[in-house]
Design a protein around this ligand. Structure first.
Ligand code: DP6
Length: 358
């Protein structure tokens, strides 16, 4: 584990990260909590759908908002898995994804036992606010413990990746990089090489989250990235520039240069959206309210505030700024989109098991 200085809580969170030891889980029953993360260098496009291997490495900040808490209990004798999301039984594609993920855990654990999954999500599901990241990070940690797997943080990150790519990064607090892994050679080597780990950072940031539309999206990010890789002439050039962006981002985080961090994050996100706009048919997540926030952020910069935008697979905008400027940025954004909800997030902790009674 690294020990570089960090004001973003990176090393502390990495040390506290899960690994099945931070909390107590009774055999066959474990509960874990994980937070969403927002990518500053985006993951967009898989080179292997079933192993969830990305075309490019990505880098994110875990938030201190919207935790997901997931309990996994083994159900001896049950013929199938059951799952509930905020008390509502999961069905269809959602249940299939959870069962497919539990199959992976069972395969590793050599178990055939089915499970009962209970998930409490505080982030609006499907709104481009990374609910699948906190969801599968919490599920990976809880399921691994319930099935008695002793996995370290790297192995848990690799496992979470199989549920949802971005979940690999939510294992860690502060900033984390998810390595794409080797793109030549056997699939097993690529699988082993594709995991997240903490990155050193000496900035004290906030992400002002502007929720301009919390409804579910029309095209899932999974489908949108598949279409983009398959049809967008802009995908390859963006992927190439994203590799350079990552190197620049890591250097900027290490020297504490928030303007460089923000500039790189903003151009990387706009580039990702450009790849989707050029897909056939186009995928457009950005709405008029998104553009209103983007314009306000540009004006904030002209007013001398270091503020930079990033958007995921949805219309909501996350504005990176210094923690000291967060309230000023938040009130400017609130005025710009009075119908939206604006929240201030800081760097959050890594995923962990909960002890009894927590
Ligand atoms: C735009 O991790 O949700 O938020 O691996 O298909 O589950 P799957 O995709 P997911 O995609 C996240 C895409 C993004 C960018 C990012 O978080 O890096």
């Amino acid at each position: 584990m690294r020990t570089e200085p960090s004001t973003a809580g990176t090393t502390a969170a990495a040390a506290a990260v899960v690994a099945g030891r931070a909390g107590r889980a009774t055999a066959g029953d474990a509960t874990a909590v994980a937070h969403p993360n927002i990518a500053l260098i985006k993951y967009w496009g898989k080179r292997d759908q079933s192993l969830v291997l990305p075309w490019t490495s990505s880098l994110s900040m875990t938030l201190d908002l919207f935790p997901t808490t997931t309990r996994v209990r083994l159900a001896p004798g049950a013929g199938h898995d059951t799952a509930a999301l905020n008390g509502v039984p999961a069905r269809g594609e959602t249940l299939r994804r959870i069962t497919g993920f539990l199959d992976l855990v069972r395969e590793t654990a050599g178990s055939g036992r089915r499970a009962v999954v209970d998930t409490r999500n505080t982030v609006p599901t499907g709104a481009g606010l990374a609910s699948s990241a906190s969801g599968f990070a919490a599920l990976a940690v809880a399921a691994a413990a319930a099935y008695g797997l002793e996995l370290d943080a790297t192995a848990l990150s690799r496992l979470a990746r199989r549920g949802s790519g971005s979940a690999s990064r939510s294992l860690f607090g502060g900033f984390a990089v998810w390595h794409a892994g080797p793109d030549t050679g056997p699939a097993a080597a690529a699988d082993l090489g594709s995991y997240a780990e903490p990155v050193p950072a000496v900035i004290d940031p906030a992400l002002v989250v502007a929720v301009v539309n919390a409804g579910p999206k029309e095209v899932s990010s999974r489908e949108a990235m598949r279409r983009t890789v398959g049809t967008s002439p802009l995908f390859r050039p963006w992927a190439a520039s994203s590799r350079d962006d990552l190197a620049g981002m890591r250097a900027a985080l290490e020297r504490g240069d928030i303007d460089a961090v923000g500039e790189i994050a903003e151009r990387n996100a706009l580039g990702m959206h450009a790849t989707m706009l050029a897909a056939r048919p186009a995928v457009r997540y950005l709405s008029p309210a998104t553009v209103t926030v983007l314009d306000r952020v540009l004006r904030l910069r002209r007013e001398g505030v270091a503020a930079y935008s990033t958007m995921d697979a949805g219309p909501n905008v996350k504005v990176l700024c210094r923690r000291a400027d967060a309230e000023r940025v938040a009130s400017a954004v609130r005025e710009a989109v009075p119908d939206g909800t604006v929240l201030v997030a800081g760097p959050g902790p890594g995923a962990r098991l909960l002890g009894e009674g927590e």
